[in-house]
Design a protein around this ligand. Structure first.
Ligand code: FES
Length: 134
């Protein structure tokens, strides 16, 4: 089983144009919430969580990517860190578990948690698994 990484942009902020001084960005809030949830989630212990400065979809924050060496990378946008954060983080971890359990990283549309179905921005084939490109 190859290692799975959840990349979370710590710089995204969508609740206002500017981040108020001394307040964390929405991305940082999302990162902390997911990190805390994973610590108590035995089946996700092998999941690596990595904060990144930007995932290049800044106007669609918060932005998160799920990636593994031999599987496609899924990029999610518009993940809110507001009062719906519990629902969004639960959905992201549910999707990640399906991804980890899948042999090729393909999660059927109907199994993607509903809150994430409109948040899928891209599915990028693994560069190590070129048969996915056919
Ligand atoms: S600031 Fe988050 S994607 Fe660029």
């Amino acid at each position: 089983m190859s290692e799975t990484t959840l990349f979370i942009c710590k710089s995204c902020h969508r609740s206002s144009a500017e981040v108020p001084t001394n307040e964390p960005c929405d991305g940082a809030i999302l990162l902390e919430k997911i990190s805390n949830l994973c610590e108590n989630h035995e089946s996700l212990m092998e999941l690596k969580i990595k904060s990144v400065g930007c995932l290049w979809a800044c106007s669609r924050g918060c932005v998160v990517a799920v990636s593994s060496l031999k599987k496609p990378t899924w990029l999610f946008v518009d993940i809110k860190a507001d009062e719906t954060i519990d629902e969004n983080t639960t959905a992201l971890l549910e999707f990640t578990q399906l991804y980890i359990n899948s042999r090729k990283g393909n999660v059927p549309w109907e199994k993607v948690p509903e809150v994430l179905q409109s948040a899928i921005f891209a599915q990028i084939p693994s560069v190590l698994n070129h048969e996915n490109l056919d």
